[in-house]
Design a protein around this ligand. Structure first.
Ligand SMILES: Cc1cc2nc3c(=O)[nH]c(=O)nc-3n(C[C@H](O)[C@H](O)[C@H](O)COP(=O)(O)OP(=O)(O)OC[C@H]3O[C@@H](n4cnc5c(N)ncnc54)[C@H](O)[C@@H]3O)c2cc1C
Ligand code: FES
Length: 280
């Protein structure tokens, strides 16, 4: 028992050491507002060299002494040549409100890239891929789509938003491939949630891979449609503290485990899981 505890703490120590090496004061290149309460922030630093896999996130320290926990935000775009990465976030509370005040030249304490991103190495020009996203789950899907297009895949984007006002990156996605938008209130595109668009598109296409990120409701729709699909993936959100697999704040449960005792950590075993793997 004592040995096991030692082994676990050694693993944790190794992880912490590895993560300290993945921490940097990154510099703000630019910040613009994309829609009400939605911001696009571009950062530069050495850490960008580590950023390769779409669907990973960075863990950002709020530049305020009273807010101790870092905030997890997905990578929306990676530009290795310019050593820049882009995040897109919605102001939810004190932390993200603070991020929205940052201007060019400000420094930001960033840890990352963290987590297991979307598996794409087996995608080729033979594939028809569905990318399904909603609201603030859309940002990581942009870098994902860029990388899938580089691999030659046909990509069909199905994106859901609350209303027309909060839609962002429509043109950017259109520049990559086909885009279908739904809004909850019907102010733009198809009325209702992405499931309505999905039902229609499934009559037209049989996707060979499916990637999704969004609200729990959206993920449940994807899970219901692609439970047995061999290449369908969900990116989960969970409240996080350490972000490095040490505190167990972010666990989710496994579908296969009826006892409910087994769990996976969203921060380092996720945030991306295959459909059929975890309970939503
Ligand atoms: C892997 C991952 C990727 C994410 N990517 C994005 C993104 O690209 N864009 C975006 O707008 N948002 C994203 N989020 C959600 C984002 O982390 C929260 O909106 C943000 O932490 C809220 O912080 P706050 O201080 O403004 O709000 P507060 O409500 O004050 O936050 C209080 C605490 O709760 C945590 N928290 C609050 N909401 C969430 C949440 N939904 N998920 C996890 N922790 C939360 C915060 O980290 C903080 O510790 C992501 C979350 C996860 C887990
Ligand atoms: S946030 Fe600490 S283990 Fe995931």
């Amino acid at each position: 028992m004592v040995r096991k505890t030692k082994e676990v703490s050694n693993v944790t120590r190794t992880k912490i050491r590895r993560l300290i090496m993945k921490q940097e004061m990154m510099t703000v290149v630019s910040q613009i507002q994309l829609a009400p309460n939605i911001y696009e922030l571009v950062l530069t630093g050495e850490l960008v060299k580590e950023m390769k896999v779409p669907g990973q996130f960075i863990h950002i320290k709020v530049p305020r002494a009273d807010l101790l926990l870092r905030r997890p935000i997905s990578l929306a775009k990676i530009n290795l040549e310019k050593a820049e990465c882009t995040i897109i976030y919605r102001v939810e509370g004190a932390g993200t409100a603070d991020f929205s005040q940052l201007t060019t030249g400000d420094l930001l304490d960033v840890m990352g890239p963290l987590g297991n991103g979307f598996p794409i190495t087996d995608i080729s020009s033979e594939d028809i891929v569905f990318i399904i996203g909603g609201g603030i789950g859309v940002p990581p899907l942009y870098e994902l789509s860029r990388q899938l297009k580089k691999r030659g895949a046909k990509v069909v984007h199905i994106l859901g938003f609350a209303k027309q006002e909060v839609i962002f990156y429509e043109e950017a996605f259109k520049a990559l491939d086909e885009v279908h938008i739904s809004t909850d209130d019907g102010s733009y595109g198809t009325q209702g949630h992405v499931g309505n668009v999905l039902d229609r598109l499934l009559k037209e296409y049989q996707p060979t891979a499916v990637y999704s990120c969004g609200s729990n409701g959206l993920l449940k729709t994807v899970e219901a449609n692609f439970h047995d699909h061999p290449r369908a993936y969900l990116s989960l959100e969970a409240r996080m503290a350490c972000g490095m697999g040490a505190c167990y704040a972010c666990v989710c449960h496994l579908q296969a485990d009826e006892t409910g005792k087994e769990s996976k950590k969203v921060c380092d075993e996720g945030p991306v899981f295959a459909t059929g793997e975890v309970r939503l």
